[in-house]
Design a protein around this ligand. Structure first.
Ligand code: FE
Length: 133
């Protein structure tokens, strides 16, 4: 994860849809239950919509009921970076793609206890999916 992807704001705007730009580059959040991967439980891999790095495997995905795709862990510990986020009067931990720095979502300590107790709450618009063949 040493080679970071750095694009200018103009390049990001060209690469991403307006909705994706808002989430990935402005730390936006899609509306709960609006995302295409919220209730999506096909076997495969989820990639960063900003740089196509593998981020999450379907094996770690579960139905948290929160309205966004939820995972118990990333594909690799160094695939994502975490950062303290005190916006909106809350103390949360932001999750970013380690490779391109795009905002993905937040991680909360209310995941399934038997699987580590974490809930990576990720925007569908921050992800692309490829099913297992
Ligand atoms: Fe990325």
């Amino acid at each position: 994860m040493s080679d970071k992807i750095v694009l200018t704001e103009e390049e990001w705007r060209e690469k991403l849809s307006a909705e994706q730009y808002h989430i990935l580059r402005e730390s936006g959040t899609e509306r709960a239950f609006s995302g295409k991967f919220d209730k999506h439980f096909i076997a495969g891999e989820y990639y960063c919509a900003g740089c196509e790095t593998s981020l999450f495997n379907s094996g770690a995905k579960y139905n948290s009921g929160c309205g966004w795709p939820a995972f118990t862990e990333p594909m690799a510990n160094d695939a994502v970076e975490e950062r303290r986020d005190v916006s909106f009067g809350m103390i949360r931990t932001e999750v970013l793609c380690a490779k391109c720095g795009s905002h993905l979502g937040h991680v909360f300590p209310d995941g399934p206890p038997e699987k580590g107790g974490l809930r990576y709450c990720i925007n569908s618009l921050a992800l692309n999916f490829e099913s297992e063949d």
